[in-house]
Design a protein. Structure first.
Length: 138
C-alpha cells in the first residue's frame, strides 16, 4: 500500500433518544485497504468530530450504549480479540470482548453493537434494550 487512502462514502447511523436526535455517525471506506473512517455530527454543532482512523483494516468500529444513568454512547475501534474498557458513570470499570455479533447485552445496562451491522439504520436509546432498526441486507 502506498499510504494514500481513497475514501468513498460508506453510510451513516443515527442515534436517537426517543424523538430527539443525539448524534449521527458518517463513515467512509478506503477503496484500497478497507479501513473505515468515522466522524460524529451532533445537533447544534457545526464542525463534525473525526475519530482517529484505525491502524489496520482488521479493526472494527464498535458502538457502546451505556444506560447506567442518562444514556451515553461511546465509540471504539477494536482489533480482533481486543478488550474494550469502559469507565461507567456509576464508578465501575467494565471490560467487554470486542468480538460480538449483531447485538449483545454485555453487562447490566450496557449494549454493544458492531458499527457495520447497524450501518444505515438507527438506534433508539430510550428503549430497554435499545431499539435497533437497520435496512434488510441481501
Amino acid at each position: 500500500m502506498d499510504g494514500k487512502h481513497e475514501f468513498q462514502y460508506h453510510g451513516s447511523l443515527n442515534i436517537y433518544d426517543g424523538s430527539n436526535l443525539i448524534q449521527t455517525y458518517d463513515s467512509w471506506r478506503c477503496n484500497k485497504c478497507g479501513i473505515v473512517r468515522i466522524c460524529i455530527r451532533r445537533p447544534g454543532k457545526i464542525e463534525p468530530e473525526f475519530l482517529e482512523d484505525p491502524s489496520s483494516p482488521d479493526e472494527r468500529w464498535m458502538i457502546l450504549i451505556c444506560k447506567a444513568e442518562k444514556p451515553r454512547v461511546e465509540t471504539y475501534s477494536v482489533k480482533p480479540g481486543e478488550t474494550i474498557r469502559h469507565e461507567c458513570v456509576d464508578g465501575r470499570v467494565i471490560e467487554f470482548e470486542g468480538d460480538v455479533k449483531f447485538e449483545a447485552k454485555v453487562a447490566e445496562n450496557h449494549y454493544l453493537y458492531r458499527f457495520e451491522d447497524v450501518l444505515n439504520g438507527f438506534i433508539d436509546v430510550s428503549e430497554d434494550p435499545p431499539k435497533v432498526v437497520v435496512p434488510k441486507r441481501s
